[in-house]
Write a protein of this length. Structure first.
Length: 203
């Protein structure tokens, strides 16, 4: 499949997700459970990075809308991930507006207690969730969102651009800056995978 001159690779997970979406739209409750188990870890990880300890409440509100609007969704498995991310993002940003965006951080001290040890671990080591949240909280919101959408929800660049309503070159720049900022904060060459796992990336 080609889009915008690029080959889009469809993973087996997204193929299975697309099948479950179609079945859930036909009223199959077991298929909806498959959707939830497949998508919720990434959505929850994204929301942990954006709204911290309020992630559960925001995710619940997002899933109520997802369930209500599911019959209207049109697309494949990857498109479903992007669609649910858009819904979660809208709820997260509304939550931040209500409580004040300046309170986006999770309340963890900086640097977090594990930071001294982590600074000397190998790149890609598993991080405590609190540490991953504290790292993400140091980024400007737009950079944090791109990193989370890419590495936690596992969206590609064009989908992230649609979710955020930004041009792809801007998304690419934000991703590069966010990743570099995380690497500087942790003192490691590649921390995005570790952050993703800590915030709930499916394994």
């Amino acid at each position: 499949m080609r889009k915008g001159g690029q080959v889009q690779r469809v993973s087996a997970d997204d193929l299975a997700l697309g099948t479950a979406v179609a079945q859930a739209q036909d009223g199959d409750e077991a298929a909806f459970e498959v959707l939830y188990r497949s998508v919720q870890p990434g959505l929850h990880g994204y929301l942990c990075g954006i709204v911290g300890e309020d992630a559960e409440d925001v995710a619940a509100a997002a899933w109520r809308e997802i369930a209500r609007e599911l019959p209207r969704f049109r697309g494949d498995g990857h498109g479903f991930r992007g669609w649910t991310a858009s819904i979660a993002r809208r709820h997260a940003r509304g939550h931040l507006r209500r409580r004040g965006a300046s309170h986006r951080t999770t309340g963890s001290s900086w640097p977090p207690p594990a930071m001294d040890h982590l600074a000397h671990t190998l790149p890609g080591a598993t991080l405590p969730t609190e540490t991953a949240q504290a790292l993400i909280a140091q980024l400007p919101l737009a950079q944090a969102e791109v990193v989370l959408l890419r590495h936690v929800i596992c969206l590609d660049e064009p989908t992230i651009a649609r979710v955020m309503g930004r041009p792809s070159p801007v998304v690419r720049l934000l991703a590069r800056r966010g990743t570099r900022s995380l690497a500087r904060l942790l003192g490691a060459g590649d921390v995005t995978h570790g952050v993703a796992r800590a915030l709930g990336e499916p394994t």
